[in-house]
Design a protein around this ligand. Sequence first.
Ligand SMILES: *Cc1c(COP(=O)(O)O)cnc(C)c1O
Length: 219
Amino acid sequence: MALAEIVARIRKAEAAAGRAPGSVTLIAVSKVQPADRVAAVLGAGQRVFGENYVQEAAGKWPAWRDQFPGVKLHMIGPLQTNKAKVAVDLFDAIHTVDRPSLAEKLARLAESRGTSPELFVQVNTGAEPQKAGILPEDADAFIATLRGLGLPLAGLMCIPPEDQDSTPHFALLAAMAERNGLTGLSMGMSADFEAAIAQGATHVRVGSAIFGDRVPQPR
Ligand SMILES: *Cc1c(COP(=O)(O)O)cnc(C)c1O
């Protein structure tokens, strides 16, 4: 199936970049995919999944988690502050921390629960007005704020502009992580995950290349 091919391409890109085999985590992005496709990928052994919508994920993952031990869920879509509580109960990692109000909410939840998902700061590397993420010039200060709140910061995440070469955006994110002492880099999707690995990605988020085209659903 496509999963095996994507895993093979990741291993090849790791080797080409002089990276250790297995140093890149594949997040299989299962948002709005039919259940039979997700079940097939679970059956093939994939355990790390990405979802964009809290409600959709809360509806479908508890049953699969019972059936397939070891599932890790990553939140990769924009997170509304009023859904943060459901999100921290459901997800092992949140890739889309991008504003102080959300950070403060996550810090309060971490304090009351005694634990927090791993967090990534989403950076709007292309400074696109319609896109989520902190602007590059505000990122260093925001990272310091998160550290001041005692939150577990795993790294940075970006979604490059659709009409541009992704590589300069990946390189910018990698440089930003390095100067802030962060090791996690969530970057690369179906069309550009190999380029992301060449620039140091530790987490690639691949959806349609594994599951096929997303079936549009009314929301
Ligand atoms: C949907 C989505 C992906 C996966 O996109 P594909 O092009 O299908 O691989 C990755 N990251 C984010 C943030 C997404 O929303």
